[in-house]
Design a protein around this ligand. Structure first.
Ligand code: HEC
Length: 251
């Protein structure tokens, strides 16, 4: 009685995988799903705030990658979320200083006293805030805002490509064992996230140089999230729910 009969179909489809593999695939899918949600939250909290308003908009993406080239970060902030922290005259003085090239002597004579009095309470005490009481840092903030730097774009791009390719590889591999999906559809769905990942990365670079491509960033991210969600849901369903529903119907 102790020998186990091998079913030739065992392991071919998700529904009849050995329990150990189901556990492995399910654990992986759940953690990746949680990771995707966190990634979404992170995007809302970083890029989503770029235009000073909550929620992700085209402007946020333009500001993050292309920058707000109408002026320096300092000028944009003094006209935006930092407006209430200085008087009209003080703001005008600082903006004029930034536009004229952020001269160091003028910094010492007129700008630093304003910063120490009006800004330093937050900006040189809180470790998470840019220390604008430091001239070198302030000088960068006073340059025209050209968005993300090329060096950080190359870094983030390659981390993203390598890391996310792994995620899609395993999600695609698990989904390749689904049943009842036409082979063409299955192949297309497995390839889709990789295609959108390339579109996504390309769109960062295009937006860096031309703000009109910002919509493509949203399109790329949306595309691979949707394709992976479909594969995740179908895989979980076929591993755990499908047979159970069939069994209930035949009773
Ligand atoms: C009450 C605390 C507080 C004061 C006072 C304050 N700031 Fe800020 N500042 C913040 C916070 C919080 C942020 C980040 C959120 C944001 O960008 O709106 C910020 C962000 C900034 C940024 C963007 C920095 C970056 O790296 O992108 C600039 C520039 C800035 N402040 C300038 C100023 C100037 C100039 C003053 C003085 C006139 C000032 N702030 C006074 C809290 C403060």
């Amino acid at each position: 009685m102790s020998h186990i009969v091998e079913n030739p179909a065992d392991g071919k489809y998700l529904s009849n995988l050995p329990l150990a593999l189901k556990a492995l695939f399910t654990g992986y899918i759940l953690v990746i799903g949680l990771g995707l949600l966190m990634a979404g939250g992170q995007i809302l909290l970083t890029h989503g705030q770029a235009d000073g308003k909550p929620g992700l908009s085209i402007d946020d993406i333009v500001y993050s990658y292309y920058g707000n080239r109408t002026g320096s970060t300092l000028e944009n902030k003094l006209n935006g979320s930092m407006k209430a922290n200085a008087t009209v005259e003080e703001r005008a003085t600082m903006i004029k200083w930034a536009r004229n090239g952020a001269d160091e002597t003028e910094w010492q004579n007129t700008i630093q006293p304003i910063v120490n009095q009006k800004c330093a309470a937050c900006h040189s005490n809180m470790p998470t805030l840019t220390n604008i009481a430091d001239f070198k840092i302030m000088q960068k903030i006073a340059e025209v805002d050209e968005g993300v730097e090329i060096s950080s774009l190359t870094r983030v791009s390659h981390i993203h490509l390598f890391g996310i390719a792994f995620i899609f590889f395993f999600i695609g591999y698990i989904f390749s064992k689904a049943q009842g999906v036409h082979p063409y559809w299955k192949a297309a769905l497995i390839f889709t996230p990789f295609a959108f990942l390339m579109i996504d990365i390309a769109s960062w670079w295009l937006t860096k140089f031309d703000p009109n491509f910002a919509w493509l960033v949203i399109f790329g991210g949306f595309g691979y999230s949707l394709a992976s969600t479909v594969m995740i849901v179908v895989s979980l369903y076929q591993m755990w729910v499908m047979d159970w529903i069939k069994a209930r119907k035949t009773v």
